[in-house]
Design a protein around this ligand. Structure first.
Ligand SMILES: N[C@@H](CCC(=O)N[C@@H](CS)C(=O)NCC(=O)O)C(=O)O
Length: 62
């Protein structure tokens, strides 16, 4: 599972807290929100609303 992460994102920290509490095996994919990477075409295919975090893998994203 991947967590598409924004470094300064409180919402991302909440997802990480739950992932750590549950002992989930999560990989971090850093998205440079301050640099606008969340609005790139590549990231929009992962999360069309441009927000971080996004969680998932293999085309299944929540
Ligand atoms: N949980 C909500 C909110 C997520 C959210 O607001 N994320 C912020 C960072 S904490 C974000 O991605 N901001 C970037 C932007 O709005 O361009 C969602 O996924 O729609």
């Amino acid at each position: 599972m991947k967590i598409y992460n924004g470094s300064f994102s409180a919402n991302t920290l909440r997802v990480w807290a739950v992932a750590l509490e549950l002992g989930l095996d999560a990989e971090t994919v850093e998205i440079n929100v301050m640099g606008g990477e969340n609005k790139s075409d590549d990231y929009r295919t992962i999360n069309p609303n441009w927000k971080v975090p996004a969680l998932g893998d293999d085309g299944v994203i929540i």
